[in-house]
Write a protein of this length. Structure first.
Lengths: 464, 230
């Protein structure tokens, strides 16, 4: 290849920078959605907590936005060197899209910083300020749709792509599914990041009123994250179905061949997310007067989660892919027994995850019932709950990184599926172990940068 | 943990023993229920399924038992965590930041560990073509190449996907599939124009562009391999 990047290789370096860009992009796109909603709720209910949540979260977004852009630029530059032919191909096919994207970055920057810096100036003209926030969200969403088109095209180019119009390239077979999944996932991501921030601030708060506020903020962020999380499996299924309808072999690669064990890890990750969410509610309900009477129901939820997880992650066999033969190993020992084969099928796993979602929803209803019948003491939550709010974003970020890798690796040795072959030394699908290491490093880099944002925004900077 | 009757000296017991016996102070008793529950789950996983005859179709192999045991132990630890009493306030900022960082590191580390522990496939670079490799051998390599993807939908000798027809004996049946077509013609048509003939009970999902994706030589090699399957 023309340029490589030792010692990790061009593909891995691009992977890290692209993933960081996507992490931060997810945050700066997802958080403004509920920032604007919270600002509106603050206006309607006169509850100052909503205003404070909106403002403090926006402070983080303003810092994160710069980092998003920096990683986007770095990702682009690093991609151009080793993959000159491919970037040229994309630029030729999608030139108007990239032009529009660049202009929208400019517009979004103007809108976002106007929205942030006019917060006090427009304090008496809240509706105008909220309208600015809506504009920020609309422009950001269009930006996401444009880049989703390029990403989706790489996996599902339309039939006759070489003669296709620009709109046909954009509106390719998996564009809609990717848009839906990423839109919902951005909200989930934003919610969990707010919860992470709240946990950090709760644990370092010196005043009771701050602790009370950050307890409420963590609850609200977690609520947003978990509520949208429940819609993600459906969005993921819709996306996967689009891939299946486009080319069934992609689905087999994902679920039965080399990427199957990646989905085993995904099952564990999503189960951990629901477990963490329910554990947080378990601790949270204990700060509500008479809330402890519901604890036994939560134990049932936990048991369902563990049993559901066991079913969800039951593999059909322990072979790493479809072509590996069981040499020197008893096939019967590593394959699911005949009568239990149903546990390896999609229906059983669908039922398992549906049960987990329903039980989580019931837990939340019990939590709401506790609030209706008792008094909640904000700030009195067990500090272990804050560590749950740290655990959840760690798992969520890792999940996003792993699933992003799965989507890219589904192209196998193509840069554009079926059209542009990857002739670099990195054409192959890396092992799950290697992928886990890179995703883990990405997760830690993101965490370090978020801590930097918290520190700069709230410990060094003045309250804005 | 100490326990004592009135007038007697305290008897020190090892924490684990005290936890199981449930004596001592409240901190020790929290482990008993989850510990016994975990033992029960492990006993169910390892004992009954080992005693069942294989013919019954319920015998899980050791990898499955280890897999479920890991889930069971994790569950036991989680239920033990539920019994831990309330934690006090945060403490010094440095300690808080350290706790947050440790939580994050342990979480990510455990997830990476799971990824490393699961089965790993081998990365097989495309085989170099040699003059000694026959067409059928080259065709087999193509069939098993994940970039071409034949095996993802078609089974041969028990290995492969299930979305398409089993090709284990396609060398015998190809000539009889479609009237007027030889085995070569039928197989070539199936690869380049799959919608021309659909095998009963299978959906029309085979990609139609293999005629463009594969070279003439690659198609010939695939035909040689498929015709060898008898």
């Amino acid at each position: 290849m023309p340029i490589d990047i030792p010692p990790f290789g061009a593909r891995t370096v691009i992977w890290v920078f692209a993933q960081q860009h996507l992490f931060f992009a997810s945050f700066v796109l997802g958080a403004p959605i509920f920032i604007v909603i919270c600002e509106y709720l603050g206006l309607r209910t006169k509850d100052l907590r909503y205003e404070r949540l909106a403002r403090e979260t926006m402070k983080m977004v303003a810092v994160a936005y710069s980092i998003t852009a920096i990683f986007g630029v770095l990702f682009s530059f690093i991609l151009m060197g080793p993959y000159q032919g491919f970037t040229n191909y994309l630029m030729v096919r999608f030139y108007p899209v990239f032009l529009a994207y660049g202009l929208l970055i400019l517009l979004e920057t103007i809108l976002m910083y106007t929205y942030w810096y006019s917060w006090d100036a427009l304090a008496r003209r809240k509706r105008l300020h909220i309208s600015l926030g809506v504009a920020v969200n609309l422009v950001g969403t269009v930006m996401m749709l444009l880049m989703n088109a390029v990403g989706a095209f790489m996996l599902t180019p339309p039939q006759g792509a070489e003669e296709a119009s620009l709109w046909q390239l954009i509106n390719n077979p998996s564009w809609t599914g990717l848009n839906l999944h990423r839109f919902i996932a951005n909200i989930t991501f934003g919610g969990f990041m707010v919860a992470l921030f709240a946990a950090f601030m709760f644990l370092t708060a010196k005043k009771d009123e701050d602790r009370a506020f950050y307890d409420w903020m963590g609850f609200t962020g977690n609520l947003i994250g978990v509520a949208s999380l429940m819609a993600l499996p459906i969005a993921g299924y819709i996306y996967a179905r689009e891939l299946f309808l486009y080319d069934a072999s992609i689905s087999t690669l994902l679920m039965a061949d080399k990427l199957a064990w990646f989905f085993e890890v995904q099952g564990i990750l999503v189960s951990l997310l629901f477990l963490g969410a329910n554990y947080y509610m378990w601790l949270g309900i204990q700060r509500i007067e008479n809330g402890r009477r519901f604890l036994s129901y939560f134990r049932t939820t936990f048991a369902v989660i563990f049993v559901g997880t066991a079913i969800w992650v039951t593999p059909q066999n322990f072979l790493p892919d479809l072509t590996t033969q069981a040499v020197g190993v008893d096939l019967q020992a590593i394959a699911i027994p005949e009568k239990a084969a149903f546990m390896g099928l999609m229906m059983a796993k669908g039922l398992a995850v549906t049960s987990i979602i329903i039980m989580t929803f019931i837990s939340y209803l019990l939590y709401r019932l506790a609030i209706l019948t008792g008094r909640i003491t904000w700030g009195a939550i067990d500090s272990k709950a804050q560590y749950a709010l740290i655990f959840l974003p760690a798992v969520a970020v890792y999940t996003m990184g792993l699933m992003g890798a799965v989507r890219e690796l589904a192209r196998q040795d193509f840069l554009v599926h079926g059209l542009v072959q990857d002739t670099s030394p990195y054409w192959y699908i890396p092992t799950l172990g290697y992928t886990s290491l890179v995703v883990g490093v990405n997760t830690l880099i993101f965490f370090a940068l978020m801590v930097f944002i918290f520190f700069v925004g709230f410990k060094l900077g003045k309250e804005g | 943990m100490d326990s004592k009757a009135p007038g007697k000296k305290p008897v020190k017991r090892a924490p684990a023993v005290a936890a199981i016996r449930g004596r001592g102070n409240g901190v020790a008793t929290w482990a008993r229920g989850p510990f016994l529950g975990t033992l029960a789950v492990l006993a169910i996983i390892w004992i009954p399924f080992s005693l069942l005859p294989v013919e019954l179709g319920w015998s899980f192999g050791t990898p499955f038992k280890l897999f479920y045991s890991a889930i069971g132990i994790t569950g036991g630890l989680f239920f033990a965590l539920l019994k831990v009493g309330p934690s006090q306030g945060a403490g010094l900022p440095a300690r808080v930041v350290g706790g947050i960082t440790l939580t994050y590191l342990l979480t990510v580390g455990a997830l990476v560990g799971v990824g490393l522990a699961f089965p790993q496939f081998e990365i097989r670079p495309p085989g170099e073509e040699t003059e000694e490799a026959s067409g059928a051998e080259r065709g087999k390599a193509l069939f098993q190449d994940s970039g071409i993807g034949c095996y993802l939908c078609h089974t041969v000798t028990g290995a492969g996907g299930l979305r398409g027809p089993d090709l284990a004996k396609v060398g015998e049946t190809a000539a009889t599939r479609k009237a007027g077509l030889s085995a070569d013609e039928y197989l070539r048509e199936s690869i380049t124009n799959p919608s021309a003939y659909l095998v009963a009970n299978y959906p029309p999902i085979m990609p139609p562009n293999y005629g463009d994706r594969l070279s003439v030589d690659q198609i010939e090699d695939l035909l040689a391999y498929l015709k060898s399957l008898r």
